[in-house]
Design a protein around this ligand. Structure first.
Ligand code: ATP
Ligand code: ZN
Length: 283
């Protein structure tokens, strides 16, 4: 039995639950209890506050956990970083009132910076040989300059709209973050086996998100040219259409390459192009 800790509620909860569900796991949500047993996999889910996840994993109370790199790095506890998960993307940034005239990092010398990330901020200040006071607060960091508590803040940013609505501007990025899967150091071989099976599924889900299945029709005379344009996994499938002289071509492409090649495909004579999402992809 493997035990995974995920956030009980908040920004990482929904995507963590979705990822596990897309891995085919059946389990109850956090509203019912603290621990949910997965019905069809050797796994138990522990719902926690995100700040507690690194400690639970470090101590082995949970074998693995899903947490933001920001929280993991701030706690400075040892655990193995298994893989990035591609959601919960944000950055830990410094921001100052928008009217402040900042010419270089030396502006921060002698200033007071409010943050919920004292370790990461202190480390960054030290690395940049800056001498600022770190004021640790647990929430509502974005209002700290407005109420006169600090000269600058160091907080999580994703779109930046919260900063703007509080009259702040971002001046430096301290850490780029996304959700990661961490594990207890020295996991038993039995648990490692279960984790491997879970990671196999996670990889299949993640690859599927990045790729699309594409189907198109083409006159046989343009078949070779079209096949050259398609950057498939292997060579594409080519099937004859009922109408003679025409073929249907199927392949898998990376979604972000799609718009690059669509024009070329049409110029080469492709018609009836369908792009279909892939649910799972195993290579
Ligand atoms: P908890 O109640 O579990 O302690 P929380 O309020 O500390 O939750 P959330 O706001 O739910 O935390 O954020 C959880 C994580 O989501 C963050 O640590 C970060 O990794 C990620 N995240 C992504 N975008 C943002 C954002 N714009 N602001 C804050 N966190 C973000
Ligand atoms: Zn938290």
């Amino acid at each position: 039995m493997l035990r995974i800790a995920i956030q009980k509620s908040g920004r990482l909860n929904e995507d963590s639950v979705l990822l596990l569900k897309e891995c085919g796991l059946k389990f109850a949500g956090a509203d019912r209890k603290l621990i949910a047993k997965v019905e069809n996999f050797d796994l138990e889910i522990l719902y926690l506050r995100d700040d507690d996840i690194p400690r639970y994993v470090h101590e082995g109370v949970a074998d693995v956990g899903i947490v933001g790199q920001n929280v993991f790095a701030e706690t400075q506890l040892s655990a193995v970083e298994e893989q990035k998960l591609g959601f919960g993307k944000c950055r830990l940034s410094l921001a100052v009132p928008k009217e402040a005239e900042i010419e270089g990092l030396s502006w921060y010398n002698g200033k007071k910076i409010a943050t919920s990330y004292p370790n990461l901020l202190s480390g960054w200040l030290q690395k940049n040989s800056l001498n600022a006071t770190v004021e640790e607060i647990s929430g509502s960091v974005e209002i700290a300059t407005g109420i006169g508590l600090a000269d600058a803040i160091c907080d999580l940013v994703s779109s930046g709209s919260t900063l703007i609505s509080n009259g702040l501007k971002e001046t430096a990025v301290i850490l780029k973050s996304e959700a990661i899967l961490i594990s207890t150091p020295g996991l038993s071989s039995e648990k490692r086996e279960i984790l491997k099976r879970l990671q196999f599924r996670i990889d299949a889900v993640q690859k599927a998100d990045k790729y699309k299945y594409i189907l198109l029709n083409a006159p046989n005379s343009s078949k070779d040219e079209i096949i050259k344009i398609l950057p498939g996994m292997k060579s594409p499938t080519v099937l004859p259409l009922a109408e003679s002289g025409w073929s249907s071509i199927h392949t898998v492409i990376e979604e972000n390459k799609f718009w690059e090649i669509i024009e070329k495909l049409r110029q080469a004579g492709a018609q009836g192009i369908l792009v279909v999402p892939i649910e799972k992809m195993i290579m």
